[in-house]
Write a protein that binds this ligand. Structure first.
Ligand SMILES: [Zn+2]
Length: 217
C-alpha cells in the first residue's frame, strides 16, 4: 500500500456554510481497470419496496441508527448542549443529497492515487438564514452503497476508483470501517458543523477522530 498523507477530510467555511471535503486521502493500487461502480441515484428516487436498497433508504437507516445510538458523550462531542438537543436536531434537520461534483484525485505513472486536490466535497452543511432552512446535503457522486468503489477522475481525466472507506479508516487510525459507519460519520460531521464545531481547512483528522471515539463503539 502506497499511502499518501490523508490528512484532509477538510474544509470549513464561515457564513453558516460548511463543507466536508477530501483534501488528501488516497491509497495506491486502485488506478487500473474499469471498476464500473454503481452510481448512487438522486434523492428524487423513492425508497424501494422493502426499503434499504435506495440511496434515501440508506440515509433513513443511517438516521435511525444515529437516533438509537446517540449518547450524552456523543452529543457533547458534536457540540450539542445535551442528548436531547442532539436528538431534536437530528430529527428536525433536512438531510438529503445533491451533486457536488465528481471527485478528483491525483495519480502517479502507475495509476496509483497519490493525493487529492483541495475542494473535494463529500457533504455540505448549509446554515440557512436566521436558523431557518438548515440542511445537510451528501454528495451523490460518492458511492454510498460501497464507498470503496467511489468513482473519481485523475489529472489526465482518466476514470479511477477512490477507496473512501480505506482512506477514512486510515485517517481515523482504525483497521477498517463499513459503508454504514461512513455515512453515519459523515452525517455527524456535518451535524457538528451545525452546532458550530470547526476544524482547520486542511485537516479534519482530529475532528473526525473525536466524533469516532465518542459516537462509535
Ligand atoms: Zn467539515
Amino acid at each position: 500500500m502506497n499511502y499518501y498523507d490523508p490528512a484532509g477530510l477538510e474544509a470549513c467555511l464561515g457564513d453558516g456554510e460548511d463543507q466536508y471535503r477530501f483534501g488528501g486521502a488516497g491509497c495506491g493500487g486502485y488506478g487500473n481497470g474499469d471498476p464500473t461502480p454503481e452510481r448512487p441515484k438522486s434523492d428524487s428516487d423513492r425508497p424501494s419496496r422493502g426499503g434499504g436498497s435506495s440511496l434515501i433508504g440508506l440515509l433513513s437507516q443511517s438516521i435511525a441508527r444515529l437516533l438509537k445510538a446517540m449518547t450524552e458523550a456523543c452529543a457533547e462531542a458534536i457540540g450539542a448542549k445535551n442528548l436531547d438537543d442532539a436528538l431534536k436536531r437530528l430529527q428536525k434537520i433536512n438531510i438529503g443529497f445533491s451533486d457536488q461534483g465528481e471527485l478528483k484525485v491525483e495519480t502517479d505513472a502507475h495509476g496509483n492515487i497519490t493525493g487529492v486536490p483541495p475542494g473535494q466535497e463529500l457533504a455540505h452543511y448549509f446554515g440557512g438564514i436566521f436558523g431557518i432552512g438548515k440542511n445537510i446535503k451528501l454528495n451523490n457522486e460518492v458511492n454510498w452503497f460501497d464507498p470503496n468503489s467511489t468513482p473519481a477522475v485523475d489529472q489526465n481525466a482518466k476514470q479511477v476508483t477512490y477507496p473512501l472507506l480505506t482512506a477514512e479508516a486510515f485517517q481515523l487510525g482504525i483497521p477498517s470501517m463499513n459503508a454504514g459507519q461512513f455515512m453515519d460519520l459523515t452525517v455527524l460531521h456535518e451535524l457538528a458543523h451545525g452546532f458550530k464545531k470547526r476544524h482547520p481547512d486542511d485537516d479534519s483528522a482530529e475532528f473526525d477522530q473525536n466524533i469516532w471515539s465518542h459516537c462509535f463503539k
